[in-house]
Design a protein around this ligand. Sequence first.
Ligand code: SAM
Length: 245
Amino acid sequence: MISYPVSFVALPIGNREDITRRALAVLEEADCICCEDTRNTGRLLAHYGISKPLLSLHEHNERERSEEIATRAASGEKFAVVTDAGMPGVSDPGYRLVRALQEHEVEYTVLPGPCALVTALVGSGLPSDSFFFGGFLPVKAGKRRNALEQALRASHTSIFYESPYRIAATLAQLAELRPEAPVCVARELTKLHERYHRGSALELATLFASQKFKGEMVLLIGGSNALASAGRLCYTAEHDAGSTT
Ligand code: SAM
């Protein structure tokens, strides 16, 4: 196996079995593992029987830590970089470190693996050949409305990470803007209660107003290509009829 000074390693987004053999080998081989929350990652690594020195790397120290990691990696230490879940750098720390490594001319690699937005996109049934990922939906009302309006005007699928505390209000706003827009909320992916709630904006707004849904979620909004290829405006809600949520 080719070994790099720094390897970005995707971790599971809910199911601990979703880790590649190469990811485990790289974690095992690292001198130090950089992670957001040392307690979280320590627990996950213990599940895989891996015990390594951990170094915190999170949104508040990424700038300084990146310099430190680049310098240490340049002098021979091997680092693996992970985040709490999924792909580092995707709505998570990673980008600044990659830039620092490029500036210091330190070689790095990225091990592909779980990522909530890609999993949600494929499972949603919305067109996946062309899409926009907007990260977390803005919290401020004006910016949020702009983001939703832009998604509704788009020709491609738009994907956002969204908090369970705001999803009902967001769906209500979407339903107000365009009730027939095709929408999917992908929830608790890879976990026991994984669900793809699919329907028109109005159907999902009604569903989420009637029930409180917990857990991590991804919001997907179909663009004009979804309307054309689906041939109708609404999808039936819930693909798994047996679901109680
Ligand atoms: N780096 C991660 C990735 O590759 O997807 C994303 C990290 S971001 C801080 C966390 C957000 O990702 C959550 O708030 C949620 O929107 C989404 N997410 C992560 N895991 C998820 C899951 N199992 N099911 C649904 N959404 C998930």
